[in-house]
Design a protein around this ligand. Structure first.
Ligand SMILES: NC(=O)c1ccc[n+]([C@@H]2O[C@H](COP(=O)([O-])OP(=O)(O)OC[C@H]3O[C@@H](n4cnc5c(N)ncnc54)[C@H](O)[C@@H]3O)[C@@H](O)[C@H]2O)c1
Length: 256
């Protein structure tokens, strides 16, 4: 039974692997035996984490086709395969997080480009490696509850926080990109799934945290470690018949 979740023959590239969620995934996947490639723009954090998990750090810019092609070439030449690819970066411009009133069309365009297009690029290049290799591969795209549901703006009132409009469009796009790729690549042995987290606790405004927690079924925000089990499942042989699925991990936020 344990072999279902054993990743000791797997090389997994975690894009954004040095981030809040990505670093938990990096550690969790390594604990399950995977050879880990931390692909991130943050050199210090990425290299330190890769050392910790006895993995490899590759400095990448997920928004650059040349950088991502280099990354996959490096991984294939050093590890032989890319068995898992996790799209967990969070590229955004310096104005990201504006309200509906203060955002500009230029920022909308730039943020959609940075995030949605880079998710396509990483998943697309990963799939090209996976289609040609024995055993295929598994891709996990990070979505969000805001990709399936509109924000409840009451939780942000008086906190200076919001969820920007482009985020909903980006994450809705990521979820349906996942379905397209799953449908197209299924016969080639490549599975493509998305994972939609609810809000992760990160020392946000206390009023936001209180309201958010009250609206979840389990009574708390997520911790980055809450997503490890799901990603291990989606990358491993435990999920060989699972593709095109959106796994919602939100403490019951979206059922209420
Ligand atoms: N944190 C949450 O509450 C939450 C909730 C739902 C969904 N998500 C999703 O989870 C994913 C990860 O979010 P997070 O909170 O861990 O973000 P984060 O900002 O903590 O980490 C993102 C990582 O991406 C890297 N990155 C940013 N731009 C890059 C670029 N151009 N090239 C390479 N690396 C780059 C950063 O260096 C960072 O290490 C995102 O898709 C986000 O939308 C997060």
């Amino acid at each position: 039974m344990n072999q279902l979740f054993d990743l000791s023959n797997n090389t997994v590239v975690v894009s954004g692997g040095a981030g809040l969620i990505g670093s938990a995934l990096t550690r969790g996947l390594a604990d399950h035996g995977a050879a880990i490639v931390v692909a991130d723009a943050a050199v210090d954090r990425g290299a330190t984490l890769a050392d910790e998990v006895k993995g490899r750090f590759v400095e990448t810019d997920v928004t650059s086709e040349a950088s991502m092609r280099d990354c996959f070439e490096t991984v294939v030449s050093e590890f032989g395969t890319v068995d898992g690819f996790v799209n967990c970066s969070y590229p955004r411009n310096e104005n990201y997080g504006q309200s509906y009133e203060t955002m500009t069309y230029a920022d909308w365009r730039e943020n959609v480009d940075l995030h949605l297009n880079s998710y396509f690029l990483g998943a697309y290049l990963a799939s090209q490696v996976m289609v040609g290799q024995q055993g295929g591969g598994s891709i996990v795209n990070f979505g969000s509850t805001y990709g399936i549901q509109a924000p409840n703006f009451a939780v942000y009132e008086g906190t200076g926080m919001t969820s920007p409009v482009e985020y909903s469009a980006i994450k809705g796009g990521v979820l349906n990109l996942t379905r397209y790729m799953a449908s197209y690549l299924g016969r080639d042995g490549v599975r493509v799934n998305s994972l939609s987290p609810g809000g992760v606790f990160d020392n946000q405004h206390p009023e936001f945290v209180e309201r958010y927690e009250e609206r979840t079924a389990v009574g708390r925000m997520a911790e980055p470690e809450d997503f490890i089990g799901a990603v291990v499942y989606l990358v491993s042989n435990a999920s060989t018949y699972v593709t095109g699925h959106n796994l919602v991990i939100d403490g019951g936020w979206t059922i209420r």
